[in-house]
Design a binder for this molecule. Structure first.
Ligand code: F0G
Length: 407
């Protein structure tokens, strides 16, 4: 039994069912009208530490599309590329897949208040799920550093938002102090229930690929909960005989906020991560200098034979525009994936004919100021450098249709 919740542990449950039965069961739930089955997270509940009759807090998260992205593939030098769009979740980011589980647990424990520090998406997601669960929600964000779209979500869902001077890492220290009060339930990605929910994305992805995993899975890295969750998800799938190998998990960071990449690339000693004191990137979601889940993420990278790398602001911006040309669209942090793949193909780490999936973590509409800046050629990087919109699509000033067609 699980010591935290009294539910069955993963391994006890999965031993009870063979891979074929599990696959059929999960697929059959796609046509069910039960809210537990309709959630792309709870559909895989045999691997979640809860009992079947525990009430859940859900907004029908998960079940996100896996798109073919031919223009982005061409841009990277790949024959084929698929993008798993986690921005198609209820609050527009991958955070919802973890939050449904963490808030379900908070309610089960009788928490009075749920709280997190955030660069914006965790805040938006927690605020929504807390509202569904009728829990008081407190959010701490770095003042002036969160996109308006994300802040607007948190406010509309009724969260109490505290803006503090400092960066995400200062917010994180602050929230850890607050959570020493036992009535406060902290749901940053150090919370194991968040990771449990997010790991189900590996299940959904494997199912979408008919249980044949890709050669490479590429994810953005900030606080490193997502890469840790993918590591756990694929590990459990392998242990249960649902897949026969794991994809190589590669984590991409923005060059100005890359403590994990530096640990991986530069240090012989991987036992201590040296924090980045002043992380800088326009991809505000991953502007993090002291990632809390780096040990688990490092395990995922090593265990699967993946890697860690950095990309520049210019590379992120161009990759983001290219993803848009595939008709998909994402927020800047998500575009580190395509920017990173392009480098890995150029360096021969990824071969042109290998199968590759990139994880888009947030929706295009999460940060429209960035998009308008790029296409208007007014985007300025964190060190004052001009970002040249290689694929800028500047609005045309004119009087009639010919002005459009002449372009
Ligand atoms: N992409 C987006 C859109 C994010 O919002 C985040 C993290 C990441 C990538 C990085 O994921 O932290 O699991 O490595 N956002 C957090 C937040 C920090 O507060 O919304 P990670």
């Amino acid at each position: 039994m699980c010591p935290r919740c009294g539910g069955l542990l993963d391994i006890e449950r999965t031993n009870a069912l063979d891979p074929g039965t599990l696959r059929d069961l999960w697929r059959s739930r796609l046509t069910s009208l039960d809210s537990r089955d309709r959630s792309g997270v709870w559909r895989f509940r045999e691997f979640l530490p809860f009992d079947n009759d525990d009430p859940i807090v859900t907004l029908s998260e998960g079940n996100t599309p896996l798109y073919d992205a031919p223009r982005s593939a061409d841009y990277c030098g790949l024959r084929q590329l698929k993008l798993k769009h986690q921005g198609n979740n209820p609050t527009g980011s991958f955070k919802d897949t973890g939050m449904t589980v963490a808030v379900t647990q908070a309610r089960k424990l009788g928490a009075r208040l749920v709280a997190c520090a955030s660069t914006g998406n965790t805040a938006a997601s927690l605020a929504a799920y807390a509202a569904r669960a009728n829990l008081v929600c407190a959010i701490i964000v770095p003042s002036g550093q969160v996109s308006h779209a994300k802040l607007a979500q948190a406010l509309d869902y009724g969260a109490k938002v505290l803006e503090i001077d400092g960066n995400f890492d200062s917010c994180m220290s602050f929230i850890r102090e607050l959570s020493e009060d036992s009535s406060v339930y902290l749901v940053n990605s150090i919370n194991p229930f968040r990771i449990e929910g997010q790991k189900t994305v590996a299940f959904e992805l494997a199912e979408q690929l008919e249980w044949r995993v890709p050669d490479h899975l590429v994810v953005p890295g900030g606080n490193l909960g997502n890469s840790s969750a993918f590591g756990k998800g694929f590990r459990e799938l392998l242990q249960s005989g649902l897949i026969d190998r794991q994809p190589k998990i590669t984590v991409v960071q923005a060059v100005g906020a890359a403590p994990f990449a530096r640990l991986y690339l530069e240090h012989d000693d991987e036992s201590t991560l040296i924090n980045e004191q002043d992380p800088k990137t326009l991809a505000s979601a991953i502007k993090i200098g002291a990632p809390v889940s780096w040990r688990k993420a490092l395990r995922a990278v090593h265990e699967t034979g993946g890697s860690v790398l950095t990309v520049t602001e210019q590379e992120i911006a161009d990759a983001k525009a290219m993803i848009g040309r595939d008709g998909i669209g994402c927020e800047p942090a998500s575009a580190t994936t395509v920017a990173g793949m392009r480098k890995l193909v150029a360096d021969g780490v990824i071969k042109a004919d290998e199968t590759v999936v990139g994880v888009l973590t947030g929706h295009l509409l999460k940060d429209t100021d960035y998009v308008m800046g790029y296409h208007g050629n007014t985007l300025v990087g964190p060190d004052g450098e001009q970002i040249r919109g290689r694929f800028a699509n500047t609005p045309i000033q004119g009087q009639d249709l010919h002005d459009l067609l002449d372009e």
